[in-house]
Design a protein around this ligand. Sequence first.
Ligand code: PCA
Length: 170
Amino acid sequence: MVLLYNFFARKRAAESAEGQPGKPGPEVPGTGDGRSHVFVYGTLRRGFSNHRFLTGARFVGPGRTAESHGLYLEDGIPYLAAGEGRYPVVGEVYAVDAAILAGLDELEEHPRVYARRPAAIVLDDGRRLVAWAYFADEPRGAPLASGDFADARGASPRRGPDDPGGAAPR
Ligand code: PCA
């Protein structure tokens, strides 16, 4: 009974952290159930090379950044550049536990290559929330014409074996 109660209490907490249509979400990227929300816009997205790092994560929904940013591409790898005002950047939100988040930080070389910072997100169904996103303070390559990595010619379906930032199977 208590277990069941805890299950529903956690579920409610997660849902309330996932925002409401047109309303601003919470200020921190937590879900209220001990997990964190993360917004992914590049190789971590479904169908791309690093998606397996989200194994065990709960998919919350597709969305985009509430603010306009820049999205750069070099060698098939995208870089989110804050404050460039080009376009909202398209991606997906997941609820992740501390172990998954630590794995993502390692993969993205936070805070050296990508810095994980909160971003305001609007889900496609209209809900608004705040999620972690991997920003690049020194974006590499050239800006894309759209904020959707999937539109990019040369969006890498997988990281090459000699890419030092690549995701070796482990
Ligand atoms: N992986 C992270 C940041 C850029 C990348 O390729 C992501 O998908 O959000």
